[in-house]
Design a protein around this ligand. Structure first.
Ligand SMILES: Nc1ncnc2c1ncn2[C@@H]1O[C@H](COP(=O)(O)OP(=O)(O)OP(=O)(O)O)[C@@H](O)[C@H]1O
Length: 619
């Protein structure tokens, strides 16, 4: 059973909890919690992390020893005028071995790290999806689906980048810097001190660029999400755009967004290039100074030539890790935003919760009779706007009840409360005398079956859609259910019959056909209570007859509540409930209500007059 049945997309008035959006910024305490929560994902991999560190250290040492070896050859061999080749061969071999060691350990380090990253992201995605599935409808009311898709895809990916890139850079590049300084001081303290003067200059450049880089990065991300949101909305509403001939206007709007994104991207790239080039310039200036100062020292025989060579190599390598760490700053920025967002979802507790085991009433779905009682029920999506006002209603087991009322009267809300998509703010709802809040939700949702106004079909075969991918139901059972509700003739007409793969949301079928498949689901799942939000789409008279027949066979023997948009559906209901502004204003059979000459009759006459059809267009 899908929880989204009675959800009005974007209709939320519930603003008790802030929406989880890209612009959300966490408090220091929340950020700390977010870090702790996300770091916990790395904990099971701590030994692998340790191995990564070992690999990183070995690879760095192998890299940094190479200039040192050249220094040995220059100072101890060439400058000494020695002609014996054995040392040259030895050092050459050692150089090649170091290069190989560096390659191997870098490869292992990257492999291990990617393995950790993928494991973390897979677990995070799984946990997030599982958690989102348990959240209440109120959460989905205030959270755009697009942003949840982003959470599930790019936010989890950015967390993985944190473990694979940011952490690695901090470890590898941080260690490289330390080792380079150690090597330099070990070679010549004076030159090392001169070189250290670079550190404050580097720090100033990094600080200046840091905020600039962050701003341009964020601007580019904002423009990208604007463009993605625009495309998503447009694709979803393409039929409307075409029907209203809005393609050109929408294209212009897209072009504007596309251009803004392009501009922001170019700016970001330009800033990045400028930043990298500043380091390059600084690196070249440092080498020039080193050549000058060191050259003078070599000239005066105060410094060995090999040491100068090694220094020049080290100073060149010095900028690489600093550059890399600063580059990772952007990734780190987006990671913290993602961490905040994910943590906020994980910290959201379902508002509708299962009863504590001690208070739970363990009913058997098959043993339920289907008697329903609303007792003094009050409800509102936000505390200040009541939707249902102290409502009392008793429905006998096995009855068929029609619910009518103008749009916004509260019909769907009444049904959502029965399914516990939301909890009542006062009063209670009982099934066979048991408060629905005492029944575990998994049991409750097996007791109540839903047929939506726009039945949701998945991309998959007809068989899978009817059995909701639950393979404990056999194909024969599915076919029998479809035959039972009269859906078989139209299924047989499809090219691949029961194996026809439906496109997304079942768009290849008519509204009536989709409803018939929903009825088949009910026959298969056998809930004791059936809620039907009848399709408003004008069904052709043949399909309408089929749907009517299906409803008749499906509702037999179970308590059925029909939110009626067409009078023909509920004229023969045992009782019709007439709702207005969250209250039941009239109830009785069709004949009684017509006789009463009240609100129902008014609606009836109005619909007849307005449409010239025997329909009650209430929805
Ligand atoms: N998810 C929601 N968040 C906030 N308000 C909502 C939500 N769903 C419905 N409402 C509001 O609650 C009131 C009752 O809506 P409800 O959907 O129950 O009416 P309805 O009689 O079923 O209408 P319709 O026939 O159009 O489906 C309306 O004012 C509606 O705007």
């Amino acid at each position: 059973m899908r929880k989204s049945l009675f959800r009005k997309p974007g209709a939320s008035q519930n603003r008790q909890q802030p929406e989880i959006s890209a612009s959300y910024s966490a408090t220091a305490q929340e950020r700390k919690e977010a870090f702790r929560h996300i770091f916990a994902y790395g904990k099971p991999h701590r030994w692998t992390f340790a191995l990564v560190c070992v690999c990183a250290v070995l690879a760095i040492l192998a890299d940094l020893l190479q200039p040192y070896l050249v220094k040995v050859v220059i100072d101890d061999h060439l400058m000494e005028g020695r002609t014996d080749m054995s040392l040259l061969w030895l050092v050459g071999g050692a150089y090649a071995a170091l290069a190989l060691i560096s390659l191997l350990f870098t490869y292992w380090q990257n492999n291990l790290l990617q393995h950790i990253g993928q494991n973390i992201v897979a677990k995070l995605r799984k946990d997030l999806f599982g958690h989102i599935q348990k959240l209440s409808m109120s959460f989905f009311d205030r959270t755009p689906i697009g942003s949840l898709v982003t959470n599930e895809s790019s936010d989890t990916e950015s967390i993985s980048q944190f473990f694979t890139q940011v952490l690695l850079s901090l470890i590898r590049d941080g260690l490289t810097l330390v080792f380079i300084l150690v090597f330099m001081f070990q070679l010549d303290v004076m030159l090392a001190l001169y070189s250290s003067l670079l550190l404050p200059i580097i720090a100033i450049i990094a600080a200046v660029f840091r905020s600039w880089l962050r701003r341009t990065y964020q601007a580019a991300r904002t423009q990208l999400s604007r463009m993605v949101a625009f495309v998503a909305e447009n694709l979803a509403g393409m039929s409307l755009i075409q029907a209203f001939n809005q393609e050109e206007e929408q294209f212009k709007q897209f072009e504007n967004r596309n251009r803004s994104y392009w501009k922001a991207n170019v700016k970001e790239i330009r800033t990045n290039v400028l930043f990298n080039r500043s380091f390059d310039i600084l690196g070249n200036v440092s080498v020039a100074l080193l050549v000058w100062i060191g050259g003078m020292a070599v000239f005066h025989r105060e410094l060995e030539f090999g040491v100068l060579y090694a220094f020049i190599s080290y100073i060149r390598q010095f900028f690489q890790p600093i550059n890399a760490i600063t580059q990772q700053w952007n990734t780190f920025q987006s990671t913290t935003v993602s961490m905040d967002r994910l943590y906020r979802i994980f910290a959201t507790k379902p508002e509708v919760r299962d009863p504590e085991p001690a208070q739970a009433v363990m009913v058997q779905p098959s043993g339920i009779h289907g008697e329903i009682a609303y007792r003094g029920v009050e409800f509102g999506y936000s505390p200040d706007i009541p939707v249902i006002n102290r409502l009392d209603l008793k429905i006998e087991a096995g009855q068929m009840i029609g619910i009518v009322g103008v749009t916004g009267a509260g019909k769907s809300s009444l049904m959502s409360l029965l399914c516990r998509f939301y909890d009542v703010t006062a009063g209670s709802i009982e099934i066979d005398g048991v408060d629905v809040r005492s029944i575990p939700q998994s049991t409750l949702h097996r007791i109540i079956g839903l047929v939506q106004q726009e039945p949701f079909l998945y991309s998959g075969s007809i068989v899978d859609n009817v059995r909701m991918f639950d393979e404990s139901y056999t194909r024969e059972q599915v076919e029998e259910a479809c035959r039972f509700v009269g859906a078989e003739p139209f299924i047989r007409r499809l090219e691949r019959g029961y194996d026809t793969v439906l496109s997304e949301r079942g768009s290849g079928l008519s509204a009536g056909e989709r409803q018939m498949l929903s009825f088949a689901r009910i026959v298969l799942l056998q809930p004791r209570i059936l809620i039907l939000d009848e399709a408003t789409a004008n069904l052709d008279s043949f399909t309408e007859q089929l749907v009517q027949h299906a409803l008749k066979v499906v509702s037999a023997g179970r308590t059925t509540l029909v939110i009626a948009h067409r009078l023909s559906t509920i004229m023969h209901a045992d009782r019709i409930i007439v709702m207005k502004h969250g209250d039941i204003v009239e109830q009785g059979t069709h004949a009684e209500l017509i006789e009463l000459d009240g609100y129902y009759r008014e609606l009836y006459e109005h619909s007849k007059g307005g449409q010239g059809l025997e329909e009650l267009q209430t929805g």
